[in-house]
Design a protein around this ligand. Sequence first.
Ligand code: GAP
Length: 475
Amino acid sequence: MDKIVSLAKRRGFVFQSSEIYGGLNGCWDYGPLGVELLNNLKQSWWRAMTYRDDIEGVDASILMHPRVWEASGHVANFTDPMVDCRQCKARYRVDVLMDELNTKKKKDVLRELYPGEFDGQQPDERIASEFAARIAGDEATAKALTVIACPNCGTKSSFTEARQFNLMFKTFVGPVEDSNNVVYLRPETAQGIFVNFLNVQNASRQKLPFGIAQIGKAFRNEINTKNFLFRTREFEQMEMQYFVKPGEEDRFFEYWRGERMNWFLSLGMKPEHLQWHKHEKLAHYAKAAFDIEFKFPFGWGEVEGIHSRTDFDLGSHEKFSGKAMKYFDEQSKEKFVPYVIETSVGASRSFMAFLCAAFDEEMVEGEMRTVLRFHPSLAPMKAAVLPLVNRDGMDDIARSMTRELQKHFRVFYDDSGAIGRRYRRQDEIGTPYCFTVDSQTLQDRTVTVRERDSMQQERIAMDAVKEYLLTRIHP
Ligand code: GAP
C-alpha cells in the first residue's frame, strides 16, 4: 500500500487535500493523471449503464430538502456508535474497534468476561465465532468496552460510553443559522434519483422496468477515515436505481449482480481479486443485499453494493411528501409503487481498487520495472509519442503526429532522455502504447508501437495509428 500511495503522489494521481496546511483528514485531491483515470472510470460506468434503452441519467443537486433525509431514514438511523479514550482522546467507531481486535485480544476479552470458559486452547475460528455471538447487542458491547485497551495509548477501561453519532454533514441555507434552515450535504446520491422518479418517467416516457443513473459527490462525516481513498469524508458514488414491478425483483436482482460483476471483469480485474459477500443482517426494508469485494493490499473490502430495496424509498417519500409516487401500468390498468434494485459503487473507492489491481513490479534485465497495468480504456494517457532522437525531422513528425492524435485521445509527447528511460516513465503511469518515430519513419512513414505489458514492438503505418488505438481502447 505504501508503494502505491507514494507512486500516486509522485506521479500526480492523488494528493493530500490542503497539504501545505498539514492536510485535511479524509479528503484527497486528484492530480493531473488522477483526474484522467477518475474521469475514464466514470465514463466507462456511464457508458455501461446508460448507453442502453432502459436507463436514463440525472445530475441532482447535492443540497436537498431536509425532509428527504427524514423520509430516507438517514436523520434517525444513519448513525455509528462511537467511543472516545478518556486518556489520549482518540476516537473510535465501536464496530471497527471490535472488528480490528486480533484473535489473542478477542480471547483476552472472552476470558475476562466469561471466567473459566476460555482457559484452554481453542482454534482461532471458535474464538472468532464465539466473540461475534457473545459480543453482540448494546449491553454485551458495553461490557467488552470496559476490558478492551485503547489501541492508541494502551490504557484499559478508558473508554467513554458509546454514543450514537450521525454521519451527515449539516449546514444552513441563507444567513440565519437556526434549526429551520438546516440542510445536509447528501450522504448518498440515491435520494436525488428517488425524488425525481416521476419527473424522469414522465419526461422520458419510460415503462417498467427502467432505471435512473447518477454520478456525484457524497459526504459522510466518518468517525475514522482510513486506508487512503477507501473510507473518506468526501467521495463520489455511481448509483443506479432500477424500478420493477413487484414480484419481478428477484430476477432483476440476479441480472444486476451479473452485470456489475462483469463490469469489473471487463475492465481487466482478475476474478481471483473479486468476491461476493452476502449480507446476513438486512436493513428492515431490504430483501437481499450483496457486496462485490476487492482484495486490497490490506484485505478484502467492499467496492459495490447491490441491494433489493422493495418499495421502501418511493413509499416513504410518498408518505413524507404527500405526493403520489405510483406508476400506472397501462396494460393491467393498475397503479402501484415500484420495487427497486439498487447498484451502488464508489467512484473513488473503485479508483483505488483499479490502481491496486494495476500495480506491478517485475525484474527486467536486472532492473526493477514498475508498471501500472491499466485496461487501455482506463489508462490516463492512451499513448506516448517519442522521437528516437531530436534531429533529421523526427521531432517534427512526432509533434505533428501528437497533435493529430490529441484531437481524439489524451496523448503525451516526450523527447527527453534515453528511449528506455522514456518507456519506463510511461510504464509507471500505465500508458498502454508508445509510438516511436525513428529513421525508418523518414523513409516509409511507419512507426514502432511498443505494448506496455508484453514490451513487444511491431511496426505499423503512421496513418493506421488512430485506428490502432480506437480498436484497443473500446474493444
Ligand atoms: N445508496 C446506497 C449506499 O450509499 P453504501 O454501501 O453506504 O450504500 C455504497 O455505499 C458505496 O459507496 C460503497 O460500496 C463504497 O464503494 C462507497 N462508499 C461508501 N462510503 C464511503 C466512504 N466513506 N469513502 C469512500 N467510499 C465510500
